[in-house]
Ligand binder design. Sequence first.
Ligand code: ADP
Length: 264
Amino acid sequence: RGGKAEREIPFAQPGSLTRVYCVASGKGGVGKSSVTVNLAAAMAADGLKVGVVDADIYGHSVPRMLGADGQPTQVEDMIMPPSAQGVKVISIGMFTPGNAPVVWRGPMLHRALQQFLADVYWGDLDVLLLDLPPGTGDIAISVAQLIPNAEILVVTTPQQAAAEVAERAGSIAVQTHQKIAGVIENMSGMPCPHCDEMVDVFGTGGGKQVAEGLTRTTGADVPVLGGIPIDLRLREGGDAGKPVVLSDPDSPAGAALRDVAGKL
Ligand code: ADP
């Protein structure tokens, strides 16, 4: 926006009514993006106005999981985000040709994020979710600088090794002075298809471990918001662009995700 002053980020203004959540994880592949799109779709189905920023630079997968195959358009000097399942979504993948990798570094990423937040026409949102890259990178720091009141949601699996990394990712909140809204344990066991008994594929206790650790490091009470079981329908819903909270809301994962969405 050559020469013009940067537009202000509406969510960072005093009195903004939009709740902003950064969805973070330690490792990749723990279901952070799946959780993000399902929470967004569940809240939109409840009548809230919801937006998602896919800031997972290297693993952007939100548009596909939401079934958002539209492209952003430009109206005057604003970017109109496509929407799907009632959720407005913008992704770094929409601005990179084909399946090209994003090779931007810190300052460019910060600038892109600033634009996603300020130059995208979001309208009056009740909730904005940001799907962060795994780990503790530049993006998490940028978000904290751009929207200081954004809260952090930590996604982990029950596995101890994953929980340790997730706790490290969450403890960034101490430096950025952000609030941690809670911990979501994903892949919390799988109901046996033959006898319905729960099989603890990734062990147990990771969510509780992260919440207790972050309660200690931040000095504020960090709750476990829920556990999402391993559920074939969740993976299928993501692949088909129809989040399980909509395609099969009463499935074990669908119900658990709707329950968590109701707490945010
Ligand atoms: P991340 O964003 O942490 O890298 P994804 O959300 O992309 O993780 O999930 C990784 C893979 O695991 C995806 O194929 C997704 O469909 C699958 N998955 C995630 N959570 C579950 C679950 N609870 N049950 C079944 N499959 C899941």
